[in-house]
Design a protein around this ligand. Structure first.
Ligand code: SAM
Ligand code: DTB
Ligand code: SF4
Length: 327
């Protein structure tokens, strides 16, 4: 006789901000099938599992960044061969946003290679938010650290989301970045929340971190005062010339586990299968969606690195019976 299906804990899918590291570690330890069953149960309680949200990225200010994030093509500390450029004019951002909308994107996420925006950049940034929003797209920006006033101004201009990743565990952070602290990241997240802007925060898998670090990263996210509305889970894009350019990478099933645990811990959050799809098979992407991911970046470029293009994603969506999430 077949073994009975595992019975998920009664509280599965409850919104909790008091997760412990031990509970999170225990989820990672579950047999793969039980973990995926729990993740799917939670996913189906809050979302239509056949709908995937689509965001598109644009680098509105590229390269020359004073920070030393060990994974990043845009840090001025490393020789990556990237051409630095200034903040793009509003008109050019709008042209790219229109193309993204025509390509099916619902959210337009604009990134700048800054430690923090300068106050003199704020008027142009606010114009960009208003212009992109006027196209009927959700807006997201990722500009580095913010002051209270900058967060408020972006919120007042109608910014829907602010992306600011914690990247990894508090313990491992200093190995990856030395020019700012984990607490700096948490402080900006608190300012964004206080300004009433939705938080997008997640991290990167495959930077040489241990499972304990992955537990620690999800612990930080799941015990924030509010779960982030979006949780991007990136697989490291290895960029030549960066300290992590030759990192060993990540076991595929461990990446899927991380997505599944994120889904269980933060039931209402949109979990994004973010950077790294370029080097993932369709089967692995399908597993990540089964594990509870329900968002991707579309378009053939992320910020500076490659992403599968539209025709590939259309084929993948068709073969999985997945459709874009209703706006
Ligand atoms: N400068 C801003 C900041 O760091 O907050 C915004 C742009 S930054 C490129 C946005 C996020 O992209 C980073 O926090 C990191 O999590 C992710 N990222 C950057 N380079 C990556 C890479 N090579 N692979 C995967 N994710 C990456
Ligand atoms: C996120 O978590 N991933 C996106 C977005 N937030 C800003 C960025 C991925 C960047 C990948 C490396 C690159 O293209 O430069
Ligand atoms: Fe700068 Fe952001 Fe890249 Fe870090 S991740 S070097 S802050 S652009």
């Amino acid at each position: 006789m077949n073994a009975p299906l595992p019975t998920p804990p009664a509280a599965l899918g409850e919104i909790r901000n008091d997760w412990t590291r031990a509970e999170i570690a225990a989820l990672f330890e579950l047999p793969f099938a039980d973990l995926l069953f729990q993740a799917q149960t939670v996913h189906r309680r809050y979302f239509n599992p056949l709908e995937v949200q689509m965001s598109q990225l644009l680098s509105i200010k590229t390269g020359g960044c004073p920070e030393d994030c060990g994974y990043c093509s845009q840090s001025a500390h490393f020789e990556t061969g990237l051409n630095a450029s200034k903040l793009m004019p509003v008109e050019d951002v709008v042209t790219a946003a229109k193309a993204a909308k025509d390509g099916g994107a619902q959210r337009f996420c604009m990134g700048a290679a800054w430690r923090e925006p300068k106050d003199r950049d704020m008027p142009a940034l606010l114009d960009i938010v208003r212009a992109v929003k006027a196209l009927g797209l959700e807006t997201c920006m990722t500009l580095g650290m913010l002051t209270d006033a900058q967060a408020q101004a972006l919120g007042d201009a109608g910014l829907d989301y602010y992306n600011h990743n914690i990247d990894t565990s508090a313990e491992y952070y200093g190995t990856v970045v030395s020019t700012r602290t984990y607490q700096d990241r948490l402080d900006t997240l608190a300012r964004v929340r206080a300004a009433g802007v939705n938080v997008c925060s997640g991290g990167i898998i495959g930077m040489g971190e241990t499972r304990e670090d992955r537990v620690g990263m999800l612990f930080t996210l799941a015990t924030l005062p509010e779960h982030p509305g979006s949780v991007p889970v990136n697989s490291l894009m290895r960029v030549k010339g960066t300290p992590l350019g030759e990192a060993a990478g990540i076991d595929e099933l461990e990446f899927v586990r991380t997505i599944a645990v994120a889904r269980i811990l933060m039931p209402r959050s949109v979990v994004r299968l973010s950077a790294g799809r370029e080097h993932m098979s369709d089967s692995m992407q399908a597993l990540a969606l089964l594990a509870g991911a329900n968002s991707i970046f579309v378009g053939d470029k992320l910020l500076t690195t490659r992403n599968p293009g539209r025709s590939h994603d259309e084929r993948l969506f068709a073969s999985l019976g997945v459709t874009p999430m209703a706006g």
